[in-house]
Design a protein around this ligand. Structure first.
Ligand code: IPM
Ligand code: MG
Length: 381
């Protein structure tokens, strides 16, 4: 009996040793992340190329690998074949580690088709329920706010990304008649609001800047939707004793963002208000040449993008600012679990700006080409 136990123990030790060896091997073998790439329309491919440059440089430095899988989607494909987003591609996105998007939008495609058919469909079907928008004024970047310094403009906006007025509830009655009725409803579920609010509290805690979370709504008019948001916000607050909270109506948020941006640390808000205040905030940080965002499913596949559109008039000229796309690349790496590499990219952007070689954030006024800005950033990674 004893003898039997001893041989069994011996076997256990052997198996454990083998497992240890396997684990060490796994650590030494570099990880590969599968990145779905939608360069998209207009200047999308040009800025994405510089994002990839930064990603590859950071990957080499931090010993991981990236596998880019290209998907040809956007206005050009739609005009050629009538295809917007085939289901087979949708299924492949679900298997990626992250997605990197350039820009979608074509002057010959009616507004709404690509936005709804690609961008919103991706957000909804991949359940990317958070739209994360860091707003940071970098050194040597001109803000339209006079007297505001980088220390004054440093906040993050957490926007709900799968509900609200974006859901597409509503319709027409008696369309094209004098009695026409058009409705567009904002749908807010307890589940959807709560997961967004929780994400915002958790994010504020991890960010550990001022530990302050602002709820942006419109409780004085939207006495149903904003009421739900406020109640959920207050209930979840009980689990976050260290976080200071306040509530500001969306119109007042616009006012304070311009007057006293330094008051904000993290702002949480619904889909439509988030859409509006993030564009305002993007301008404070120097414009869409710098601003990046993430469409995040904390339990699934997330997508990162520069905030600017496809800017068709600048296409092919090598003059568009790639910093927003490089910033998006940094957010992507943070999301897949490479925070050091992500930080390296952001630090490289800051160092590049500190050189003073990039004269402006606007297309055609940078004093450098798109490629040269990408090279400069890569050189500091
Ligand atoms: C954004 C954009 C989109 C939105 C458009 C392109 C549908 O403005 O990501 O903020 O409204 O969400
Ligand atoms: Mg927007």
């Amino acid at each position: 009996m004893n003898c039997l136990r001893e041989t069994r123990n011996q076997k256990f030790v052997e198996i454990e040793n083998i497992l240890k060896i396997l684990k060490v091997g796994e650590k030494q073998m570099s990880k590969t992340y599968k990145i779905a790439l939608i360069a998209g329309d207009g200047t999308g491919p040009e800025v994405v190329a510089e994002g990839i440059k930064a990603l590859e440089t950071a990957a080499q430095k931090h010993n991981f690998k990236l596998e880019f899988i290209k998907y040809d989607l956007g206005g050009a494909r739609y005009l050629k074949s009538g295809e917007i987003l085939p289901d087979s591609i949708m299924a492949e996105f679900k298997k990626a580690d992250a997605m990197f998007l350039g820009a979608i939008g074509h002057p010959d495609v009616k507004p709404g088709i690509l936005e709804k058919g690609i961008l919103l469909r991706l957000r909804f079907e991949l359940d990317q329920y958070i739209n994360l928008r860091p707003v940071k004024l970098y050194p040597n970047v001109e803000s339209p706010l006079k007297d505001k310094k980088p220390a004054d403009i440093d906040m993050v906006i957490v926007r709900e990304n799968t509900e609200g007025i974006y859901i597409g509830a509503g319709g027409f009655l008696r369309k094209n008649t004098a009695q026409e009725v058009a409705t567009q409803e904002s749908i807010n579920t307890r589940f959807g609001v709560e997961r967004c609010v929780r994400y915002a509290y958790e994010f504020t805690k991890k960010r550990a800047k001022n530990n302050k979370l602002t709820l942006c709504g419109k409780t004085n008019v939207l006495t149903f939707a904003s009421d739900l948001w406020q109640r959920v916000f207050n209930i979840v607050h009980k689990e976050y004793a260290g976080i200071e909270t306040n509530y500001v109506n969306v119109d007042a948020v616009c006012m304070w963002l311009v007057k006293n941006p330094e008051w904000f640390d993290v702002i949480v808000t619904d889909n439509l208000f988030g859409d509006i205040i993030t564009d305002l905030a993007a301008m404070l940080q120097g414009g869409i040449g710098v601003a990046a965002g993430g469409n995040i499913n904390p339990e699934g596949v997330s997508m990162f993008e520069p905030m600017g559109g496809s800017a068709p008039k600048y296409t092919g000229q090598n003059i568009i600012n790639p910093i927003a796309a490089i910033n998006a690349a940094s957010m992507l790496l943070d999301n897949v679990g490479e925070p050091k590499a992500a930080q390296d990219i952001e630090n490289a952007i800051i160092k590049s700006l500190e050189t003073g070689k990039i004269k402006s954030m606007s297309a055609g006024k940078m004093g450098l080409t798109t490629t040269q800005v990408g090279d400069l950033v890569a050189s500091y990674i």
